[in-house]
Design a protein around this ligand. Sequence first.
Ligand code: NAP
Length: 260
Amino acid sequence: MATPCSSIESLPGLPEAGQRPYVVINMAMTADGKVATAGREVTTFGSPHDKKALYALRATADALLCGARTVEETGATLGTGSSEHRDARRRAGLAPEPVRVVVSGSGSLSSEAELWKRPGAPIVIFSAGNASKPNLQRLRNLGAEVWSSPGSQVDFPAALAWLADRHGIRRLVVEGGGRVNATLLAADCVDEIRLTWVPRIFGGQAAPTIADGPLAACLADAVRFRLVRVRTVGDERFLQYVRADRGAISRPAESTPPPV
Ligand SMILES: NC(=O)c1ccc[n+]([C@@H]2O[C@H](COP(=O)([O-])OP(=O)(O)OC[C@H]3O[C@@H](n4cnc5c(N)ncnc54)[C@H](OP(=O)(O)O)[C@@H]3O)[C@@H](O)[C@H]2O)c1
């Protein structure tokens, strides 16, 4: 099990051989639980403060991870933001930029994605056994390092343990989308969730959510988290959850949520 870690000041040590890093999912969600509109026209909807919190969290990570569709649809380049964040990373003994990891089982991640246009930290692709050789070679030619699972899906425990071992990753921040999050949760690879709760309603049955994959058939099967911190800034709420069965993190809750 990974060591709990919630800030740049308290980075865990390197995982032992075969162990994965500490994994934090960070997402913005509407009041009706959507992370984009049904037609995916709207992918960014948090306030400037939400963006600031995202960059502050990225500054604590050895690596960032996204699904292929998120990278293509949002134009994410997984950068560090300002020089202030790079300075904080340097002071904490982190590399100037986090390693950028994209999950593309089929290896079909577009060559036109913005990510390729932004030089900087290494790019790693997690692919699966059904990816075509030409696709994987194309991604290598674009400059990526490719790690492949033998099966038809990325084996996340193995992929993350390889990432820790190969790149010295202790803390990984995951930025969606719903399919990647669901498969990480199903593989018991998530230690913490940060949610920005934005007071908008998108509606739409097809609109993506935080975890778009079957996880629980009954209440007892639900992946359980514990709320440890709530902050309200303007009309947004910033929620921090840790796995209910992972033990307490060192920092106490800043405030408790109102009774339901
Ligand atoms: N509000 C927010 O904070 C936020 C954050 C991020 C994303 N989003 C939204 O979420 C949407 C994207 O989410 P999404 O669920 O459609 O896509 P996604 O999770 O970003 O990417 C899905 C792709 O990742 C690969 N993949 C994921 N899990 C895999 C596994 N276990 N094995 C093999 N490959 C795997 C597959 O790539 P291949 O098809 O290449 O095999 C799959 O098509 C976008 O609309 C985006 O705007 C919102």
